[in-house]
Design a protein around this ligand. Structure first.
Ligand code: CO8
Length: 260
């Protein structure tokens, strides 16, 4: 598959996807969306790929937002009739059952912040900056910012960020639980790939199951989530990898995973 606006590499069992429009600070246009949908679908379909990392090219930005130049020509009816922005969640978030990490290397603004928050977690460079500045354009978040940011950092901070458009630096983002950790800029990719490699070394079915369980905490009541957790646990208990994982522990050796 040839991509125009991203690059995709496989590093053993880890897929590295890089937004590649550095001249536009990796702004997210229709082509980026099309490429990302294809890249995530290929990652999901490849049994040999067990974790993915998404990052931005260049030194300045993960993604500085949805492409304002592309959107400025559109009318309200275009946004509404096309259900603009919907595929980011329906085609990428919902269909990617395997884990993926956002490695945020600079500005993650508007749609860029929203894309990072679609990942299972974010590792940030110490140069990263997060924000939802859409209000300054006379609009508001459209790819999940008002919902995912609020769930991540709580109402007060999300509200202030959306109402003022101010940016949060990496340190504040870590304190606010938006990112899992902050690392020196130069080491970001290595750190993200190292974490991805650890995830890729885990039993693949249990990896998907753990992701599904944690996500359920955001979309169900506590009782529903607890029932779902137990049911998934019970399914995993019947897997070949459970038998192998427990034998490997008792026999003091590494597990050899079948993925079922
Ligand atoms: N879309 C398109 N191009 C962009 C974007 C963007 N979001 N961000 C930066 N660029 C382009 C610039 O236009 C510039 O291109 P050129 O050289 O051709 O003029 C190039 O990237 C470099 O940018 P700057 O010269 O501005 O770089 P600076 O270092 O001076 O500033 C900033 C960096 C602060 C990140 C600045 O570029 C900026 O504020 N960008 C916009 C951030 C933003 O507002 N993001 C939210 C976008 S809206 C969104 O994501 C949700 C949908 C809202 C709907 C809107 C309907 C109209």
């Amino acid at each position: 598959m040839t991509y125009q606006s991203i690059t995709v590499e496989q590093r053993d069992a880890v897929t590295l996807i890089t937004l590649n429009r550095p001249q536009a600070l990796n702004a997210l246009n229709s082509k980026v969306l099309e490429d990302l949908i294809a890249a995530f679908a290929a990652y999901q379909a490849d049994d040999g790929q067990l974790c993915a990392v998404l990052t931005g090219s260049g030194d300045k930005a993960f993604a500085a937002g949805a492409d304002i130049k592309e959107m400025s020509e559109k009318q309200a009816a275009d946004f509404y009739l096309d259900d603009f922005f919907a595929p980011w969640t329906s085609e990428i978030v919902k269909k990617t059952r395997k884990p993926w990490i956002a490695a945020v290397n600079g500005f993650a603004l508007g749609g860029g912040c929203e894309l990072a928050m679609m990942a299972d977690f974010i590792i940030a460079s110490d140069k990263a900056k997060f924000g939802q500045p859409e209000i300054k354009l006379g609009v508001a978040p459209g790819m999940g910012g008002s919902q995912r940011l609020t769930r991540a950092v709580g109402k007060s901070k999300a509200m202030e960020m959306c109402l003022t458009g101010r940016m949060m630096d990496a340190e504040e983002a870590e304190r606010a639980n938006l990112v899992v950790r902050v690392v020196p800029h130069e080491t970001l990719l290595d750190e993200a790939l190292k974490t991805a490699k650890t995830i890729a070394s885990m039993p693949p079915m249990a990896s998907i199951a753990n992701k599904e369980m944690v996500n359920a905490a955001f979309e169900s009541t506590l009782d529903q989530g607890l029932v779902m957790e137990r049911r998934i646990f019970q399914i995993l208990a019947a897997s070949e990898d459970k038998a192998e994982g427990m034998s490997a522990f008792v026999e003091k050796r590494e597990g050899q995973w079948k993925g079922r």
